[in-house]
Design a protein around this ligand. Structure first.
Ligand SMILES: [Ca+2]
Ligand SMILES: [Ca+2]
Length: 477
């Protein structure tokens, strides 16, 4: 035993990271000593260990690394590329992908980088591609931006305009993906564009991130910003102006912002806001299990859906073969044809808790449509502007004039705020009251000044002295 303990002590004294090495990027050159390309070559050749490519002085603040070709394929088993506060901007010229990972790479972290103008012309990933990523591989993106990244295919699948990570675990934190697109130009059912910003077939975690103006465009298009075929947790994030646009007639677009398409997986949406996203089916979010006995679970808490459009149906949310819990969501001014679902469409869905949601007026279409199996564990505190959400649970009747609203785009996650006097304010049911609202503020607050702190309906908990309408609409940052 003593010998074993001694051996363990020796192991602890020589951690595996002892072989880790740091390679510095000190200039903006495309190649040569001190360049990003050279540092990646060195990391690839360094053998086992958690290596790091790190920007450091005299690399200029916000320095632009203008690439003339794809960077060396990432072959190190574990690699971090760290901007180290210099905010390096790594750019292509719209003709080649920027970063490609080999199957040997098991963990990649990008921290504090901006990547732009990458183009893939194979399966996907204009700025970061890991076609061969395995089921245990990990991608972590933090404090980074992707802009104008794309995959453009003449036919077949186009997956992940900015990022295609085949399998494994993907985490995106405190980052932004914008103006990226997945495009395929064929005209058949097998020409599928997926995930204008990212496609992964692994588990996805997104926190405090923004997805702005990303597009999937093809005969079939799915997930204007995000497509995953495994479990996903998306929280504290903002999706605006993403499109899944189909060139087919009638349209075959699904999920303007997020598609979670899986068998028996878990979809968690917490404290997100979806505005001005578009597709044919599900203007914002589509969650789909694959059959009745393998339902996906959907937990949607404190989300706001405003101004999204489903050209055929489901202006905001489509849930198919899903077991769903909806608490404290705000649906407002989403759009679909008059005989279709302006806010939500539930099909063969088990509806569990439905509490403290506000189904405010649509911009067109009925608030709720579809076919559900009702089994509410909790049905309380919902407000609806029309009577159609009795589909979810029969207790939801048309019950309120909810009053005017304003969309405040100034928080990182924008909010829909109702005017003073709205029944939304202090109108919730305490049984369904979540501890925080969409901004992470504690509930409940006495929002109507009667001395009783009660939970509001919807995603936002209004303070008593809300400055609503005092300063007009905020410009989108
Ligand atoms: Ca309140
Ligand atoms: Ca009150």
């Amino acid at each position: 035993m003593t010998r074993l303990i001694s051996a363990l002590a020796l192991l602890l004294a020589c951690p595996l990271s002892a072989s880790a090495a740091v390679f510095f990027v000190t200039n903006t050159h495309d190649s040569g000593l001190g360049s990003l390309r050279s540092a990646i070559d060195e990391a690839n050749a360094a053998g086992p260990g958690a290596h790091q490519v790190r920007f450091d002085g005299p690399f200029p603040q916000d320095g632009l690394v203008q690439l003339g070709s794809t960077l060396p394929t990432l072959t190190a088993a574990q690699l971090t590329i760290h901007g180290n506060g210099y905010n390096p901007r790594i750019a292509g010229n719209d003709t080649f992908p920027l970063l490609v990972a080999a199957s040997t790479l098991s963990r990649l972290e990008l921290n504090g980088l901006t990547l732009s103008s990458g183009r893939a012309t194979d399966e996907g990933g204009g700025c970061l591609a890991a076609h061969a990523a395995g089921p245990s591989s990990t991608l972590v993106i933090q404090n980074s931006r992707f802009d104008n990244c794309a995959v453009v295919q003449t036919s077949g699948w186009a997956r992940g305009g900015a990022i295609f990570w085949n399998f494994g675990f993907v985490t995106i934190r405190d980052s932004e993906i914008s103006h990226s697109f997945a495009s395929t130009q064929g005209g058949t059912q097998s020409d599928v564009a997926s995930g204008g910003a990212i496609t992964t077939h692994g588990e996805l975690l997104v926190e405090r991130s923004r997805f702005i103006t990303n597009t999937a465009i093809g005969h079939v298009s799915r997930g204007g910003a995000v497509t995953t075929t495994d479990s996903a947790v998306i929280r504290d994030s903002f999706f605006h102006d993403n499109f899944a646009f189909s060139t087919a007639t009638p349209g075959r677009g699904q999920a303007g912002a997020v598609l979670i398409d899986c068998v028996a997986c878990d979809a968690v949406l917490e404290r997100n806001t979806f505005t001005a996203n578009f597709s044919d089916w599900a203007g914002a979010v589509f969650v789909r299990g694959n059959q009745d006995i393998n339902r996906a679970s959907l937990v949607a808490h404190n989300n706001t859906f405003h101004g999204n459009e489903g050209a055929l149906s489901a202006g905001a949310l489509y849930a198919l073969f899903v077991s769903a819990s909806l608490v404290h969501n705000t649906f407002h001014h989403n759009l679909a044809p008059a005989d279709a679902a302006g806010h939500v469409y539930f099909e063969s869905a088990i509806v569990e808790n439905v509490a403290n949601n506000v189904f405010a007026p649509t911009a067109g279409g009925k608030a709720c449509m579809g076919w559900t199996i009702e089994m509410p564990g909790l049905d309380a505190g919902n407000l609806a502007a029309d009577g159609t959400c009795g589909l979810l649970v029969p207790g939801i009747a048309a019950n309120a004039v909810l009053g005017p609203v304003e969309v405040d785009y100034s928080p990182a996650v924008p909010v829909v705020r109702f005017a003073a006097g709205s029944p939304v304010i202090d109108g919730g049911d305490d049984k369904g009251c979540l501890a925080q609202d969409v901004l992470g503020n504690a509930r409940p607050i006495d929002g109507n000044g009667d001395g009783h702190a009660r939970c509001d309906v919807g995603a936002y908990e209004h303070p008593l002295d809300d400055t609503l309408f005092a300063d007009g609409f905020e410009a989108l940052p």
